[in-house]
Ligand binder design. Sequence first.
Ligand SMILES: [Cu+2]
Length: 163
Amino acid sequence: MNAIRRAALLAAAAALFPLLAACSPAGEAPQDKTAAASASGLTVSNARLVLAPVAGNPAAVYFDLSYNGAPGVSLTGVDVEGAGMTMIHDYAEEAGKMRMVMTDAVPLAAGTPVNFAPGGLHVMAMDPGSELKPGSIAKVTLTLSDETKVSIEAPVRAAGDER
Ligand SMILES: [Cu+2]
């Protein structure tokens, strides 16, 4: 191998290395429930999808949001790959009873964490497909009012599992 060719190969290897490191499959990025995704000041963590006791009934998606972006932004939609329509729900007291209510937008404010959790805010995912089975991973994409999208991998849990 001559010197020029060797130098060119070294340069090519150096240019490739960051890419290879960034997409190594079993690499440094933690793949457990503590994995977080973020964009435009929004960080999503602790995502999980909990199936209903009856297969095919709506599943619930929970996650924790922290935000340090621009003011006036809200969470306007959540998509779940492999499921049908989704809705953001909250619980509200009405005539002494807790009822689920639809929520169009969840305002985000810097320094104010928002938790989607059992008994409170949650995403209902209609018609979860059979590929969303316990132990699998659901790709959940959050959309903000400023068009930002953040995708996170949510472990799928059975109805009886910890929520
Ligand atoms: Cu609901």
